[in-house]
Design a protein around this ligand. Structure first.
Ligand code: SAM
Length: 270
């Protein structure tokens, strides 16, 4: 299969599934709520279907594309816009926090980098106003999941700790060329002004969260014991008691604030 304009073969390894439906592109821009004062970072502009719409609405668009074969074509098709900057770079290596202004992120993400790119953007959260990202539906469902189900896990907590994610709409495989095997979803992330729950030490909090989900079928007591947190069984039992968390529960039933309480209790004793 060729890309019409550039006669370039899509690379599977770069997650190249190009959007062919302008209505969907418009819906993504609408979900992102782009206005004329906005600076937008787009990851993976591809053929520029979203880039052109963004350029019409925003003050400035910075489009980061890894595939050098697409750059010339992008430059010529977007030449009429003076507010678009195209950067040929791996978006996973871009230092978002170094941009001199706060920005919104809009992307039809290459699926293979969905999770690492979200983590990288969350690291720059001070500079990010919001993110509107198309991704695999299954990952979107994990991101927005609450306690109690199979979708809820480290990814849900990592995102919800810093942001308020929401699935805007589902997108079928038929609107891409080439078609992916799975459905996609557009997710908006509002970055919270303060983290969702205050903890004494964020790094330790995430260690406890990871330990809580390390062996999903085990009770919290057993999975926490097995984790290498340097905590004795006595300290663990005492912390469960103080937090009023039943150690026979499974990690996937704990809310973010319960994990935070548990982490703080444990930290006080290690
Ligand atoms: N935005 C276009 C669209 O909606 O049709 C293209 C989306 S396509 C799913 C993903 C795009 O990301 C491709 O253009 C691909 O070359 C680019 N890409 C893949 N890996 C990348 C990376 N690590 N950094 C920057 N761009 C990347």
């Amino acid at each position: 299969m060729m890309l019409n304009s550039a006669h370039i073969r899509p690379k599977k390894s770069l997650g190249q599934h190009f959007l062919t439906d302008k209505n969907i592109a418009n819906k993504i821009i609408e979900a992102a709520g782009i206005t004329e004062g906005d600076i937008v970072v787009e990851i993976g502009p591809g053929n520029g279907i979203l880039t052109a719409l963004l350029a019409e609405k925003a003050k400035k668009v910075i489009a980061i594309e890894i595939d050098e074969r697409l750059i010339e074509n992008l430059k010529s098709s977007l030449a009429r816009f003076s507010n678009v900057e195209i950067i040929q770079k791996d978006a996973l290596k871009f230092t978002y926090q170094d941009l001199p202004y706060r920005f919104k992120v809009v992307a039809n993400l290459p699926y293979y980098i969905t999770t690492p790119i979200i983590f990288r953007l969350l690291e720059a959260k001070g500079m990010v106003i919001s993110m509107t990202l198309m991704m695999q539906r299954e990952v979107a469902e994990r991101i927005v999941a609450g306690p109690g189900g199979k979708d809820y896990g480290v990814l849900s907590i990592a995102v919800q700790f810093y942001a308020e994610p929401k699935i805007d709409f589902i997108v079928p495989p038929t609107v891409f060329n080439p078609r992916p095997k799975v459905s996609s979803a557009v997710v908006s992330f509002n970055i919270l002004k303060k983290v969702r729950v205050k903890t004494r030490d964020e790094e330790f909090f995430f260690k406890v969260v990871r330990a809580g989900f390390a062996q999903r079928r085990k009770t919290l007591r057993n999975t926490m014991k097995a984790a290498n947190l340097g905590i004795s069984a006595d300290v663990l039992e005492e912390a469960f008691k103080r937090c009023e968390i039943e150690p026979t529960r499974r990690g996937e039933t704990l809310s973010i604030s319960e994990f935070a309480k548990l982490a703080d209790q444990l930290l006080a004793r290690v």
